[in-house]
Structure formats: C-alpha cells, structure tokens
Design a protein around this ligand. Structure first.
Ligand code: PEP
Ligand code: MN
Length: 349
C-alpha cells in the first residue's frame, strides 16, 4: 500500500502522520518522491480497512497495491486449478462444453436435448429448475420435479448435471441432484450463500454479477474458497454497459485478465452474454480464442416454443455446427476438447 502525504507539510506534521500510522501497527517505510512525502506499507492484515488511513490528517491519497483476495489469486497458487467431475477434467488444458435449455420444461424436452447432447459427445447438461426471472409473471421453473427430470435424463445419457441454486432454502435438493452447482449473476454477492457453498464437496460455478468488477467477482470466489471448497469455476456471462444494442456485453477481455490474476478456470456463457442466437457462435469462438476454459451454451429442441430464453437458445443443428467450428480454434490455442464428435453425429430432429 502506498500513502501519499499532502504537499507542504512541516516536518512536525509528517512526523505526526508517521506516528499515527505506526500506532495502527503497520510496518512503514518513509520516502520522498518528486518532493512529496510518501509512505510504503509492506505488511498489513487482509481485514485492514484502508479508509482508516484516508481519514488521517495530512494524508492525500492511499493506493492499495496488493489484491484484496488471496486464495483466488495467482500469487497464492501459480498452477491452474483442475479437478475431476465424474471422470471429466475441468480446467488445465481442457475445454469443457456445458449445454442445455435455459429451463427444464418437461420430460420430453429434457430427454430430447440430453439425447442430442450425448450423440454429439457433450459431457455436461445444464437446465434451470428454479428460474430467477426478471418478471414474477413469467415461468419460474419446475422446482424439484425439474431437478429429478434433469438427473434422470443425465443418467440415461451419461451426462453430468449443472443447475442453479437460487437460494439457500433449496441447497439440499440442488446438492442432491447436481454435479456442479451454479450461482447466478443475481446471487454473485449473496455472501451468506457463498459461505455455505464453501462448505460443500461439489464444484460451484460462479457467474459474474452483471454489474460487478473483476475484483468483486474474485472476492466472491474467495468466499467459497475460504470455506475450504477449492472447486470453483468462474463464468463470464456479460455485464451491463452503456450500450443497449446487446442484452449484456460479453467481456471477452475478462478471460486473459482472469488468467493473469487467478488460477481458477473461467468459462464463457455467450448465450446470456449476447441474448440472440445468431450472436452466440461468434462469441463462443472468440471466448475460446481468448483463453476461456469452457462454454455454457443454451440449446433447445424447439427454441421457438421455449418457456424461457428461446431467442438466445440455439437450434440443435446450430449447436452441432458451433461444436465443429470450436474444434479447430481449440486446436490452434493448444487445448483439448472434452467432447468427441462421432462422425455419425446428427442433431436430434
Ligand atoms: C442461467 O444460466 O440460467 C442464468 C439465469 O444465467 P445468469 O445468472 O447468468 O443470468
Ligand atoms: Mn437463460
């Protein structure tokens, strides 16, 4: 941390600031730079509130040089985090594909999509059973019935389940049926929930808050990691910007930035990150080229009749074409796909 003192302080005033900093039990190193007094503080506890320094008389500004998160940082752990989900590696050299409908809607729908995913070598199915919708008058999900159908379809087609936990009151149910628990954009700062998810032994996919800075996102990951759960996947799903021409702005720069700052795997959700299906494939390709470790894609057997997010859901044939396009991009960036597309693969009709 660097503390810049005000200009034209007397020696006595500078001495007084230094004394007050020492009284805060901080290790200080005094220096001058361009005739300004500055103080470098090398060691301070993670829970230290730097506003205590900003309030001191004689202090002009304070800059934090160290990241506020620890366990999520690359300084703490250099090697990329990898872990296994029922025989499939997440992170490292691997690129994973999670796909499925926005919401589980019926037995016929989820089994049809699961079959199509399986035929195309996909290993993870997604689908919300509890839907955090913007309007209370829209479809809110099938709840436990949806979780059961999702699990049955996944088991039949050898898929792993990724589904959202919208509230702690449904933790037991979601834990029972999910292989990866998804925290949605609206819950990224639900710190009580994140703390509880730090105590479970299943991976958590933490979506970026739609108005969150990367540092805040990593701080949320820190909540889960500090509870002892090291299986955290970050997921960029688009943020709010001034531009209304997209539903959300998929922050493709977040992928290299996360790689610089953290060891955690980071996935891309270009479905929520664009809001319209014809924009999904280009942004999926861009994400993999930019270093994303996986994709989360909304695909539906009948997008025009979907009960939620139909316009951003791919048709099965579009999904298959997207997978084919990802293959060479993954190859160029030296990554391995967790899907193996059989030659005979066809999209479910
Ligand atoms: C979802 O993936 O179903 C979802 C609701 O996403 P988000 O939280 O990113 O809006
Ligand atoms: Mn959706």
């Amino acid at each position: 941390m660097i503390v810049i003192l005000k200009e034209n302080l007397s020696k006595k005033q500078v001495g007084e600031v230094l004394r007050q900093l020492s009284d805060l039990n901080l290790e200080i190193h005094n220096a001058t730079l361009n005739d300004r007094n500055i103080v470098a503080i090398s060691e301070f506890p993670h829970d230290f509130d730097i506003r205590r320094i900003k309030l001191l008389d004689g202090v002009q500004d304070v800059f934090e040089v160290r990241e506020p998160y620890k366990l999520a940082s690359r300084t703490w752990k250099k090697e990329p985090t990898t872990f296994d989900v029922k025989g499939i590696t997440i992170g490292g050299n691997m690129i994973n594909t999670i796909a499925g409908p926005c919401a589980v809607e019926s037995e016929e729908q989820i089994f049809s999509i699961a079959k199509m995913l399986h035929q195309n070598g996909v290993k993870f199915i997604r689908g919300g059973a509890y839907k955090p919708r913007t309007s209370p008058y829209t479809f809110q999900g099938m709840a436990v019935e949806g979780l059961k159908l999702l699990r049955q379809a996944a088991d039949q087609y050898n898929l792993r389940v990724v589904t959202e936990i919208i509230d702690l009151s449904v933790l037991d149910e979601v834990y029972e049926y999910a292989d990866i628990l998804q925290v949605g954009t609206r819950n990224m700062m639900n710190f009580y929930m994140l703390t509880e998810l730090g105590n479970i032994d299943k991976p958590v996919m933490l979506k970026r808050g739609m108005s969150s800075k990367i540092t805040e996102w990593l701080m949320s990951a820190e909540y889960i990691l500090s509870g002892g759960n090291e299986k955290v996947i970050l997921c960029e799903r688009g943020i709010r910007t001034f531009d209304s021409s997209v539903r959300n702005t998929l922050d493709v720069a977040a992928f290299p930035i996360i790689k610089e700052l953290s060891h955690l795997p980071v996935f891309s959700d270009p479905s929520h990150g664009t809001g319209l299906r014809h924009r999904v494939t280009p942004m999926a390709l861009a994400s993999i080229a930019a270093g994303a470790d996986g994709l989360m894609i909304e695909v539906h057997n009948n997008p025009e009749q979907a009960l939620s997010d139909g316009p951003q859901s791919l048709f099965p044939d579009q999904f298959v074409t997207m997978l084919e396009k990802i293959k060479p991009i993954a190859h160029v960036v030296g990554r391995t796909l967790d899907i193996e597309i059989p030659n005979t693969a066809t999209a479910a009709k």
